[in-house]
Structure formats: structure tokens, C-alpha cells
Design a protein around this ligand. Structure first.
Ligand code: KG4
Ligand code: ZN
Length: 365
């Protein structure tokens, strides 16, 4: 039996400013006492994407307010916190620096230990926070800046077995929304438009299915949607709502097909580890997409595995996942000191070769 541990966690690597308080009790169960997330969509809306300088300034302005609110909601005074956790990368460097500086200030002022956490580890370990999934499990991490398959063997043991060689799916959803004049963030608006759409009206590619392995590519698909749109604009003089719906549906169906086929291949590699309870997990903002979730659940079932997708609030960026990753790490790692650096790139699996490309929302690591 361990002792009760309470962490305060900060997250500011992209366009959400977040703070959370988590408590792990003596029998190892973790509870989220508070999770505050302040998005910045309205600040970036006019620019059609996240502007790093605006994001960094907004984080610096409200991080301390988020921390205050997280402590208030958790009814936990700062002196009762055992450790401070913060996303130290990968991500937009200005935002990561804002979070790391705030966390260092808190650690210095209180004398509490400081833990720099990899944002991707936060996403990848979330299924253990929500569903206590045993190691090893297969994780498909899909967000605005990342897309990779990970064999998660321990809190600090990740093997990447594939990923995107260009755009991340969330980034592609955002770009498709922009070229169809749908609101940002693109994922939810494309998903909504797709519900009224006919998937087969346009013939769109399923990139890299002819290549063995689990690597993916989404930029050619994006270009194909752009060409189809331009064709419609040329022929009709503009886009009708049904065109937006059909292009959204066609694009989403192509993403679903690619993710399903590549996940099925990743499952075969995962089974070679002979897990006692096979589990496919999905995390990251794109995991909020119902069509993607439903199809991945079928892939898991067809491959004799369970399926875990965290609740939406824990799929998108949040600080609870950072606090949980810190609690997993604290068991057998010393804290960081005040030289902790903010890292724009920080691969989870340093042994695998780096992925190509880098998303607008951060490193694909
Ligand atoms: O994990 P996240 O909050 O931030 C990153 O680390 O990137 O993911 C945000 C991304 C955005 O690109 C957004 O468009 C996408 O997740 N997203 C979705 C949906 N909800 C959010 N993509 C597809 N369908 C959705 N319903
Ligand atoms: Zn993320």
C-alpha cells in the first residue's frame, strides 16, 4: 500500500489552457478532483488556425487563474498538493514555455517537487486513468498534431509502430473545414456536415493502403477534396450546403477506412506481444469522432480485443491526463529540477526513426 498523493497539473501546449487536481489513494485508485479547460477558439477564429504568439500570450494571461480555479473546485489548498506536474513538450513552444514557467514558479514558491510530462504520454496513458487498462495495450493517438500507433508496455515504455508521414488527421479535418467554409475547429463541424452527406458522390483516395505497415498519409486526400471543391465552384459558381455535406462525408469515410485498415495491421503486430487481455485504445481530439470510434470498435472486436475510448472531455487536451501521467511516473522517477526545459519536439519512442512532417499544431514526434 502506498500513501495518498495529490498533484496539481498544468497543460498549455496548444490552444487549451488547462489545470487539474488529481488524488491517488493508498490503494492506487486515482480520482480527478477538478479539471479546468479554457479553450482559445474565439481568439484564433479570424485567422483560420492557431496563431502561436496569440496562444502563448493567452496561456500566460490565464494559467494562474486556471490553477486557482482548479484548486478551488478541488477544495484543496496549495499546501496540500504533493507535486506539481506540467506539460514540458511536445507542442507550440511559446505555450509550453508559459506552462513550464508557471509550474516552476509554483514549485519554487512552495518547495514542492516538479514533474515535466510528455503531452503524448498524457494522451497515451489516459485509458489507464479512465478504465484501468493493463499493459501492454495498443494505442492509436489521433489529434490535431499527432497520429501514431503505440505499443504501450509501461508508464515510460512506448514503442511506435507507425504514424502519419505528413498531416495529422485532426489537422486534415481542420483544413477541410476551412476549404469548405465550415467553422473551426474543423473536426466537429465536418462530422456534423457529414451526417447529411452522401459518402460515395465523390471518388476520394485511401492513401498508402497499398504500402505495407502502419504508416499513413492524409495530405493527398486533402488535395483531392480541394480539387473536387474547385471543380464544383468552377461548374456551379459556388458551393451548396449539400456539396459541403457530401464532401465532408466523403472525406470522413476515407479517413475512417484508412484508420480502420491500418489499425487492423497494427493489431496483428500487437498480438505478437501475447497480451493477456488484448485492448485497443484510442485517444486525442479526433477520437471524439463518432464514425471513427464506431469503426475502430468493430476492428477491435474482429481482432478479439476490447475497445477503450476515453470520454470526450479526456480525449481532447486537458490537464487531468498530465496529472495522471505524473502520478504513474512519480512511483519510480525522481522529480525534475528547476532546469526543466520546454521542448517543441519530444518523441515518446526515441528509438524509432523520427516521423516526417510537422503539424501546424505541434510536433508529430
Ligand atoms: O487532442 P486535441 O485536443 O489537441 C491536439 O493535441 O491536437 O485535438 C484537437 C483536434 C483538432 O484538430 C480537432 O479538429 C479534432 O481534434 N477534433 C475532431 C473532432 N473533435 C475534435 N476531429 C474529428 N472529429 C471530431 N468530432
Ligand atoms: Zn493533444
Amino acid at each position: 500500500m502506498g500513501r495518498t498523493q495529490t498533484v496539481l497539473a498544468l497543460e498549455s501546449s496548444c490552444d487549451d489552457t488547462a489545470a487539474a487536481v488529481l488524488r491517488k489513494n493508498a490503494s492506487g485508485e486515482t480520482q480527478i478532483l477538478s479539471s479546468i479547460v479554457r479553450g482559445q477558439d474565439s481568439l484564433h477564429a479570424a485567422y483560420g488556425g492557431v496563431v502561436p504568439e496569440i496562444a502563448a500570450r493567452a496561456h500566460a494571461e490565464i494559467l494562474d487563474l486556471c490553477v486557482e480555479e482548479a484548486l478551488d473546485v478541488a477544495q484543496t489548498p496549495l499546501q496540500d498538493i504533493d507535486a506539481i506536474a506540467v506539460t514540458a513538450g511536445p507542442g507550440l513552444i511559446g505555450g509550453v514555455v508559459s506552462g513550464v514557467m508557471c509550474a516552476k514558479g509554483l514549485a519554487l514558491a512552495t518547495g514542492k517537487p516538479l514533474y515535466g510530462i510528455n503531452h503524448l504520454a498524457g494522451h497515451a496513458l489516459t485509458p489507464r486513468l479512465t478504465d484501468n487498462v493493463p499493459f501492454p495495450y495498443l494505442m492509436l493517438l489521433v489529434s490535431g498534431g499527432h497520429c501514431q500507433f503505440l505499443l504501450v508496455k509501461g508508464p515510460d515504455d512506448f514503442k511506435r509502430i507507425g504514424g502519419t508521414i505528413d498531416d495529422a488527421p485532426g489537422e486534415a479535418f481542420d483544413k477541410i473545414a476551412r476549404l469548405l467554409a465550415l467553422p473551426q475547429p474543423g473536426g466537429p463541424s465536418v462530422e456534423q456536415a457529414a451526417q447529411r452527406g452522401y459518402t460515395k458522390r465523390f471518388s476520394l483516395p485511401r492513401p498508402l493502403l497499398d504500402r505495407t505497415g502502419c504508416d499513413m498519409s492524409f495530405s493527398g486526400l486533402k488535395t483531392a477534396v480541394l480539387r473536387a471543391r474547385d471543380g464544383l465552384v468552377r461548374d456551379q459558381g459556388g458551393l451548396y450546403p449539400q456539396d459541403q455535406a457530401d464532401l465532408s462525408a466523403g472525406f470522413q469515410a476515407a479517413v475512417v477506412d484508412v484508420l480502420a485498415e491500418k489499425t487492423s495491421r497494427a493489431m496483428h503486430q500487437y498480438h505478437q506481444l501475447s497480451p493477456s487481455t488484448a485492448t485497443l485504445c484510442v485517444a486525442g481530439g479526433v477520437a471524439a469522432n463518432m464514425a471513427i470510434r464506431a469503426r475502430l470498435e468493430t476492428v477491435a472486436r474482429d481482432n478479439g480485443a476490447g475497445f477503450v475510448a476515453p470520454p470526450l472531455a479526456l480525449c481532447t487536451d486537458n490537464a487531468a491526463m498530465i496529472g495522471f501521467a505524473a502520478l504513474e511516473r512519480m512511483a519510480d522517477h525522481p522529480p525534475d529540477d528547476l532546469t526543466l526545459a520546454a521542448r517543441p519536439r519530444w518523441p515518446l519512442d526515441a528509438k524509432s526513426p523520427a516521423m516526417l512532417g510537422s503539424g501546424k499544431k505541434g510536433a508529430k514526434a
